[in-house]
Design a protein around this ligand. Structure first.
Ligand SMILES: [Mg+2]
Length: 204
């Protein structure tokens, strides 16, 4: 019988993102990342106060991932929680970064105590979650992500998967309301672990 499958996002779930990305924008591009609303591309400003145009966002994001992934630090308790889950479950990291960033992301997560398979994706996560559930032959699954649209996408494509909405950075908690498509909203790993274990039937 197959083991339950945990499918977990990386940025702002396992690793801090807005903090290191903001530091990168300031240090490398003399730009400021404001966290007054959760719309990254409109919240990057130059020293003169003008906003960086949307078409310039992706190059900045990829520039960060090209050179500054090692500046991303783990969310407290993330490695311990995944290690506990991995005793009973298969664990896959499903992350929306370019395929070329897969190796560095895999190595960085392993360096930080999270030595799991990394699947890179572009766009909604419902289809890749469905594919992973089918690939592993899993009858029970859990999905963890900070972005509400992904929970809706997974709900439609893989409704049997338990969906936990987590936003690691406290500055974003109030900016990202609980997803209506998630089964739970918890913003820290020590609290998330027993919820996931119960949902997956692996409570110890
Ligand atoms: Mg994320």
């Amino acid at each position: 019988m197959s083991r339950p499958l945990v499918i977990c996002d990386c940025d702002e779930v396992l690793l801090h993102f807005v903090g290191p990305f903001g530091d990168y924008l300031a240090a490398q591009h003399d730009l400021t990342l404001n966290l007054e609303s959760f719309a990254l591309s409109g919240n990057i400003r130059r020293a003169d106060g003008t906003a960086v145009e949307p078409e310039n966002f992706l190059p900045l994001l990829n520039g960060f991932f090209d050179t500054h992934m090692p500046t991303q630090t783990p969310s407290p308790g993330a490695a311990d929680a995944l290690a506990a889950l991995a005793k009973d479950c298969d664990v896959v990291i499903l992350t929306n970064v370019d395929d070329r960033h897969n190796t560095v992301r895999t190595n960085e997560l392993a360096r930080l105590g999270m030595p799991y398979r990394v699947v890179t994706n572009n766009g909604p996560k419902g289809r890749p979650v469905r594919a992973l559930m089918d690939e592993y032959g899993a009858t029970k699954g859990a999905f963890v992500d900070d972005l509400p649209p992904h929970h809706g996408s997974v709900k439609r494509a893989a409704p049997e998967v338990f969906r936990l909405h987590m936003v690691a950075d406290p500055r974003l908690h109030a900016l990202i309301p609980a997803s209506r498509d998630a089964d739970a909203r918890v913003d820290d790993w020590p609290s998330a672990l027993p919820i996931l274990q119960a949902a997956l039937g692996v409570t110890r």
